[in-house]
Design a protein around this ligand. Sequence first.
Ligand SMILES: Cc1ncc(COP(=O)(O)O)c(C=O)c1O
Length: 454
Amino acid sequence: MDVMRGLGERGKEAGLSGVDNLLLHFTPFEEDWSKLPVIVKGEGCYVTDERGNRYIDGLAGLFTTQVGHGREELARVAAQQIKELGFFPNWSFQHPRSLELAKKLSEIAPGDLSATFFVNSGSEAVETVIKLARQYHKANGEPQRYKFISRKIAYHGTTMGALSVTGLPGFKAPFEPLPGGFYHVANTYQDPEGAAEAIEEAIEFGPPETVAAVILEPVQNAGGCLVPPPDYWKRVREICDKHGVLLVSDAVICAFGRLGEWFGIERFDVVPDMTSFAKGVTSGYLPMGGVVVSEKVQNTLRSGAPMFSHGSTFGGHPVSSAVALENIAIIEREKLLENVHNLEDYFGSELKRMAEGHPIVADVRGMGFFWAVELRPERPDGTPLEGDEYRRYFKGVLSRKLLEGGLICRFDDKDEPVIQYSPALIADREVLSKIAEITDSALTELERELGYRS
Ligand SMILES: Cc1ncc(COP(=O)(O)O)c(C=O)c1O
């Protein structure tokens, strides 16, 4: 498959231009952007580029397209809603679709999470969490609680508040100074046994009466699907309760079936005080994010503050809300949560079986349809791969071979190098085993080039 010819030439053939006019997100300037595929069509678990090459979308766009691509039902409800009421805000007004969606979310969210504030993205959802937590404590008579604790390496978004929650110093450096009051502790990969206690230590150091909230993903994405030890979340819940600190689940990736449950956190049998969401709520067909809050948070705000002083023109957009309702209905109708539960072990075992033949693989881990293969960044004799060499082999050879094999997934190295997978929740055994098979070939090629095999 010839995916790496320059877009300059390919683009011209396909009648596309604009490569010098579009600034890409998180894409190094040193890469030749004209060589990146132009994705023109999507269908189920597959996408097609402008030359007709078909790929398995092994990342569901960006951990997003839960029900797969090309859904007529979503097109139909969006068109219908545009005709009925194309736009109206949630500022001092209501409209049927955001009311219905908020009601539905309260039914499927765990415990007493029962009221939703809608925004348009995951970053805005995390931004909203920060404001909700600070205003909650003010309304609750503890205005000095303003600090947040999250985990190292964790990614929580790009707006200034969400970026402050993010535990990746390299992502923040270009934009400093950031707002103060954000602290980062060991994640469950760095310190599996001590990670919960690290949160308590940070709260105690706070001191506790200054700490507003702890913000964690159910399974941390950055670093490669960091599934926590079984008792981690319960312990963190106890610690937060002991110190009067709110516990927030950032479920921007983990919700809407990614872990086989509606909000992901159900896998750990804990009810947080708030959960953020975005991505999968509409399967990405239209932008939407939000925060579902507990009765305690809602009641305290309603009784102790004149209003929640936050808003966004498009929050709860009627067309996004209509699409989200239908997306949730599809997940229910087609029993996609069950599909993830039924096939998660199969997916994991296919990846693990594949990894057995590859000395470069250090670990395979994950949950639901959210898995990562960790690689050793070294030659067979243990010499570390660094700088240009590292980039040539991992970002060059590996990423190219995966793509040429017909798989879109993600090579990521926010911590150790990992290949990340997050297919649509409609994926069947054939798609899941094909993902492992294409990875197998790409790793074989990488190992050959690095001298692991002849
Ligand atoms: C856990 C988490 N929170 C927040 C965000 C930010 O979401 P968005 O890109 O929609 O702003 C992301 C994005 O991947 C995420 O993974």
